[in-house]
Design a protein around this ligand. Structure first.
Ligand code: ACM
Length: 544
């Protein structure tokens, strides 16, 4: 049985036949595959105890090679002939092929050490041919609302790699915290990286966690994260959210706020959930400040690290306009620029950074609100408020990542009923995610080509630790990975029963990896949060 997730394009051969890997199994590392060889020895070697020495002569070996005839991220995995082969169209393809090989080895290949030394490792004798449907297969992790220490981020990169996901959208700044060290602005970490207390539950909850919460990544932490991701063919796309979701930065540097409307020196890092009305002032000082931030960001997230590394996400979502409406400075700016209104001012703000990034060989991506008041030239869009923004952007010739909140916001509760911890939003089950179709009806082929791919988003207001993040993210990320990678039939025709059957093997892998997923029968006692209020919403708009 070959229970690979995400499902490969084709599996041939006789899966009841098998081939044995043992201490005598060698690796032959051909040019372009060195990273995968390192990963196999480090990760699979640790789990299996197999030394995998380099040897290009012995029949009992695994050849890692490039076959330029395959798609760049495609691979061919051959285990029904000696030597075994993992061939990719490029280095990334070889890596994804090695991920499939690990799955064929069984769940214990996902541990960090062998359970027994005398264990033999049999893999099904098959030929797998595979390549991804979408180029952008993303996961957003919100480390601003609740900080995830570096070790947890590196673990998530490994979990992404195991699911053949390749874009880590790193939501680094928000009203409730700033998580990246910027050397020229030390108060962003001294002041903006922590809050005195946190709301426990969503806004309606009366409960507070009366202890400081915070943390940040040093610049060396960021470099390590980016390099660790690149070794796994994952691009890290940093998000520095402007001009809304910026209260933490304003608390550290009050001159960034609308000082003619409120006393910004009295602001602190936001300790409740929701969207702050304290947004950036549209001043030259603010633009220069964020150019300074982005100069350091560009150095930390080099364009060449991985596919999609040229992208920088500048947010642009949910910018409340009431302070701009009341601000003489903002009104003067609108008049000076000859703009229509505050929406156009936001568009000007985003357009400034689009031009600034383009001039440096980078690409801007922002939430679909950046369409309002005119989309910045060259910008790409993360379509989160349903499909509409993505459709409009694709029709206008802009690239799009589909991440509609109705389907792939993994903070949303995954079952009805009282047991789901701190329930948020619509019910979005494993099956709902499995039946998510990223390319909406009605796009022409040319427009559909602007859909770079899709992304699942994990917002952490009510996920106070890594176990809560695991619970919300898994098992749904496995279904999402199959949507992003595999060429599935239309939603109604998808074989969810078959997926669930393969999930039996996948749960064992997640157990071996130590992932605190939601079990199919519901939360374990310690995964519940009885009495902690969420923000449930009944019903949901239909798919597409
Ligand atoms: C978002 O969920 N505000 C992008």
């Amino acid at each position: 049985m070959v229970d690979v997730i995400p499902a490969p394009a084709s599996v041939a051969g006789n899966p009841s036949g098998s081939v044995r890997l043992d201490a005598g199994t060698a690796l032959q590392t051909l040019p372009g595959t060195e990273g995968t060889a390192r990963w196999l020895r480090a990760a699979v070697g640790a789990a299996t105890g197999l030394p995998l020495p380099e040897d290009s002569a012995r029949p009992n070996r695994i050849v890692l090679g490039i076959d330029p005839g395959l798609p760049p991220e495609g691979y061919r995995l051959v285990t029904d002939a000696r030597p075994l082969r993992v061939e990719g169209g490029g280095p990334a393809g070889v890596f994804w092929g090695a991920q499939t090989l690990r799955q064929l080895l069984g769940a214990d290949a996902f541990r960090r050490a062998p359970l027994r030394r005398d264990r033999v490792w049999d893999v099904p004798a098959v030929t797998v041919e595979d390549s991804p449907r979408f180029r952008w297969r993303g996961l957003l992790l919100d480390v601003a609302r609740h900080f995830m220490p570096k070790e947890g981020v590196l673990r998530y990169l490994d979990l992404m790699a195991a699911h053949k996901l390749n874009v880590f959208h790193f939501h680094l700044t928000d009203d409730q915290g700033w998580r990246i060290e910027i050397k020229r602005y030390p108060r962003l970490t001294e002041t903006a990286s922590w809050r005195a207390r946190s709301k426990f539950g969503h806004r309606a909850s009366p409960l507070w966690e009366e202890k400081p919460h915070g943390g940040y990544y040093t610049q060396d932490d960021i470099r390590e994260i980016v390099a660790y991701a690149a070794e796994r063919h994952i691009a890290v796309v940093p998000e520095i959210d402007v001009p809304g979701h910026s209260q933490a930065a304003i608390a550290a540097y009050p001159e960034l706020g609308n000082t003619d409307v409120i006393d910004t020196t009295a602001l602190t890092v936001m300790d409740n959930w929701g969207i702050s009305s304290n947004v950036l002032a549209p001043t030259d000082n603010t633009l220069r400040f964020y150019e300074g931030v982005l100069e350091e960001v560009l150095e930390l997230f080099p364009a060449g690290a991985a596919q999609f590394s040229p992208f920088v996400h500048i947010g642009g979502d949910e910018c409340r306009k009431e302070q701009w409406t009341g601000s003489v400075t903002a009104k003067n700016r609108i008049a000076d620029l000859g703009l229509a209104d505050e929406d156009a001012l936001q568009s000007w703000f985003i357009g400034h950074f689009d031009a600034w990034l383009s001039a440096r060989g980078r690409r801007l991506i922002g939430w679909d609100e950046i369409l309002e008041g005119g989309l910045a030239e060259g910008a790409a869009v993360s379509s989160w408020r349903g499909f509409g923004g993505g459709i409009a952007a694709a029709r206008a010739g802009h690239d799009v990542v589909m991440c509609p909140e109705q389907y792939v916001y993994l903070d949303h509760r995954q079952a009805p009923g009282e047991d789901e911890p701190v329930p948020i939003g619509f019910v979005r089950t494993l099956e709902d995610v499995y039946r998510f179709e990223p390319v909406p009806d009605g796009l022409t082929e040319a427009e559909a080509r602007h859909v770079l791919g899709t992304q699942a988003n994990v917002w952490t207001e009510v996920m106070e630790d890594t176990a809560r993040v695991d619970y919300q993210t898994f098992p749904r990320l496995a279904a999402f990975a199959e949507v992003a990678w595999s060429s599935l039939p239309t939603p109604g025709e998808r074989d969810f029963t078959g997926f669930e059957r393969r999930m039996a093997a996948h749960y064992a892998r997640l157990d071996a990896l130590g992932v605190a997923y939601r079990p199919p029968a519901g939360p374990r006692p310690w995964q519940k949060r009885p009495g902690v209020l969420g923000r449930p919403i009944e019903g949901a708009p239909p798919n597409r």
